[in-house]
Structure formats: C-alpha cells, structure tokens
Design a protein around this ligand. Structure first.
Ligand SMILES: Cc1cc2nc3c(=O)[nH]c(=O)nc-3n(C[C@H](O)[C@H](O)[C@H](O)COP(=O)(O)OP(=O)(O)OC[C@H]3O[C@@H](n4cnc5c(N)ncnc54)[C@H](O)[C@@H]3O)c2cc1C
Length: 380
C-alpha cells in the first residue's frame, strides 16, 4: 500500500518503521524543518517494553537508558534540597525504561526502512476520501493519492481536525501547562537536578547528556494561543511567572526567551469514540493523548503504531486487506491501555504543583517521611 503519515514524532516514526518494515511505501510529512528533539526524558512502560522488543529496538533503547529521576530534589529559594522527587515506578528494570526523548526519536529515525521517507517542512492542508483512496493536498502545494492516511500529528492534530471535527469537541484541558527550553549556559554546572515550587508553579533545572534544560509547569485555565508561534508562547510563560523571582526563576525565564526551539504544551487529553473514519486513522497523542502528567504518552504511541501495523498485516493475510477490520481491531487492542493511562493523569499534579505555601510544606514533610515505595508517583 501507499501510506501517508502526518507527523514525525514518536507515533509517526514508529508507524513508518512498522509499516515500512512490512513492505508498504510510507511518506511521513512533518511541518517542522527537522526532527523536533526538545523534551525531558520520557518513559517506556509496561507492555510498550514488549512492543519495542518486538520492533527489534530494545537493545538500542536500553543502551540509552538513563535514571534521571533518581537524582532530583525539590529545593528552597536558596537552592537547598528540601525533599527528594519520588521515583516514578522505577525499580523494576523490566517494567520501565527512561531515556531522552531525542534519543528515542533518533533510534526510530535511524531504524526506518528504505520504503519510508520523511518530508520536512510540509503538512496536510486538505484531504478527500472517496472510499477507494485519499487525495491529499499539502501546504507546499504538492498533491498525492494514498491508500490510507495516518494522523500522528500530536495533541493539536490537523488530520483529526479535518476528518473528525474541531479540536474543542475532543480536547479536555487538565489545568496544567508545561514549558521546556535549552539552557546551554548551565550545561557545565554541577549538582542534582532541582525543582523549585511557588504556589501552583514549578521551575526546574535538569542536566543530562551534556545539556541543561529549563522545565516549567504551572496551573492555569485553558489559554487560547497560536501553537506555531513561539513568541506568543514565551509570553504566556512569562505572564505565568510574573512577580516570582526566587531561586533561579529569572535565569530560567531568560533561557526560555533565548531558545528558538522553546516548547509549550498543555496537559490535555484527547477523547474520541473512534479513532478511524473511512481510510483515515489516528495514532498517538492525535487520537488519545493521555496528557504528559500520565507519563504514558510515549508508551501509547509505541503500542498504537505496533498494533495498527500488525492488524493491517493480519487483514492482508485473512481478509483481502480490509482496512476497516484492521482499524477496528487496532482500537480494540489499544483502548485498555488508553483508558488506564488517561485514568492516571491526575495522580501527580498536587504533589508537583501544590496550590499554596501550606500545601507545599505538607508535601515536603510527607516526602521526607515516606519510604520511597510509599511516596507515590510524580511525572515531569
Ligand atoms: C517538541 C516536543 C517536546 C515534547 N516534550 C515532552 C516532554 O518533555 N515530556 C513529555 O511527557 N512529553 C513531551 N512531548 C510529547 C510526547 O512526545 C508525546 O506525548 C508522546 O511521545 C506521543 O507522541 P506523538 O508522536 O503522538 O506526538 P508528538 O510527540 O506531539 O509528535 C507529533 C509530531 O507531529 C508534528 N506535527 C504537528 N502538527 C503537524 C502537522 N499539521 N503536519 C505535520 N506534522 C505535524 C509535530 O511537529 C511533532 O513532530 C513533546 C512533544 C514535542 C513535539
């Protein structure tokens, strides 16, 4: 088949690897000019470990494993550690692999078969499904016809909007934003990774792989903004921390202002009754974002891509390539994982972002007194 994948994130690259590896011709279009490598370390958890094993990628993934969460402290305004970050389900090495998002992206991109290509700087502008194929017009002006189109273009998916309707009908905001920025001047420094809270907000500095990253989270009602306009997003962050100058907050905000790859996202879930319509299906955050607070978005993207590719293969063997049957079985296999992940998204929020000074002091006290296994889960 001739397949189009929108988005070269974890879900899109995993689809390209899995479907290209089964002999299909796959074109991936990514609107950014290159792979978007920003991001804190991510986790591959539970059955997604089995998935990357089936994909033949587990040895490389294990080679890039880090244990960043083991060395992270909450600090006060003078930078003194006040409590340790509880480990997020770490301990059983077979059940959780933490690695840099950029390493996972590179592993997937390097593993693409010759049948898969990525076209950067382009995206879907319009698509028409006539029942036998999908005609696509791209923002570059190109056109193409594909047997199937997969929307792997993230939380604010264009494919979802074009085929399933406006974002507002599917997106549930959980009241938290995350922002990330490279902080090259801090890369050579020392000390544990640090998180500093003020009510309803956290700012953190993380070092790994020779880099330093400024991380921010803050509570907020949903904010309307242009997802492609980094300057507008930097202003949202600056507003959220206006008047807060303790610890290294001003320095971290400066790093955010200076970073061209600055990234802001909301903790939002996507809920859809079905992830396929006609010859179009959604994979990863586009179809079922669990929100970053769940710590499971990457795992869902991997299992989703793998199940979809397997089911299309089975359908070819059994049912004369009936893509509808394959899409339906993909959903049946993936739904339980999505339900589980979306159900966990609220767990860490109160601990990462205590709403008041009193709540913060109580959190620190509880973390100091708790055995690691009782401390609960917090996901960055
Ligand atoms: C830059 C970046 C940084 C991230 N950092 C973190 C993090 O620190 N912690 C965390 O938990 N999660 C992070 N995430 C989200 C996390 O990667 C996903 O939740 C998870 O891996 C599922 O991946 P996905 O491929 O479904 O979505 P995404 O990772 O969001 O990938 C979607 C891809 O589609 C591209 N895209 C979007 N719209 C279009 C379009 N119209 N046409 C073509 N391409 C399009 C995007 O540029 C992106 O490359 C980040 C995502 C991005 C894009």
């Amino acid at each position: 088949m001739n397949l189009l994948v929108s988005g070269a994130g974890i879900a899109g690259l995993a689809c390209a690897r899995e479907l290209g590896g089964r002999g299909h011709r796959v074109t991936v279009v990514e609107h950014a000019p290159a792979l978007r490598l920003t991001g804190t370390p991510i986790d591959i958890r539970g059955d997604a470990i089995h998935t990357v094993h089936r994909m033949g990628l587990l040895p490389q993934i294990r080679k890039h494993r880090i244990r960043m969460s083991e060395h992270t402290h909450f600090v006060d305004s003078a930078g003194r550690p006040v409590a340790r970050l509880p480990l997020a389900e770490i301990g059983d090495s077979d059940d959780d692999v933490e690695l840099l998002r950029e390493d996972l992206l590179r592993i997937l991109a390097d593993a693409l078969p010759a049948t898969a290509t990525i076209r950067f700087g382009d995206s879907v502008a319009a698509l028409t499904d006539d029942g036998h194929g999908v005609d696509v017009r791209f923002t570059s002006g190109r056109t193409g016809r594909y047997d199937l189109v997969l929307g792997a273009d993230g939380q604010h998916s264009t494919v979802r909007r074009l085929v399933f309707g406006p974002e507002a009908e599917h997106l549930r905001h959980l009241g938290v934003y995350l922002a990330l920025a490279d902080h090259p001047r801090a890369a050579g420094g020392e000390g544990p990774n640090a998180i500093h809270n003020v009510p309803g907000r956290m700012a953190g500095l993380f070092r790994y792989g020779g880099k330093a990253v400024a991380v921010f989270q803050f509570r907020s009602e949903a904010i309307e903004y242009d997802h492609r306009d980094p300057d507008a997003q930097k202003e949202i962050l600056a507003d959220a921390f206006a008047g807060h100058r303790s610890w290294r907050i001003p320095e971290l905000l400066d790093a955010a202002r200076a970073d061209p790859a600055f990234f802001l996202t909301s903790a939002s879930q996507i809920h859809l009754p079905a992830w396929h319509r006609g010859r179009v299906a959604l994979v990863g955050d586009a179809g079922y974002s669990p929100a970053f607070l769940s710590g499971r978005g990457t795992s869902l993207a991997l299992t989703g891509a793998h199940f979809l590719a397997e089911e299309l293969e089975h359908a070819e063997e059994r049912e004369h390539a009936d893509h509808t049957a394959a899409f339906t079985r993909y959903e049946t296999r993936q739904r339980p994982y999505v339900r589980f992940a979306q159900g966990r998204a609220h767990l860490g929020r109160d601990r990462m972002l205590p709403p008041t000074w009193d709540a913060m002091a109580a959190r620190d006290e509880a973390l100091r007194g708790a055995a690691p296994s009782d401390a609960g889960e917090i996901t960055l």
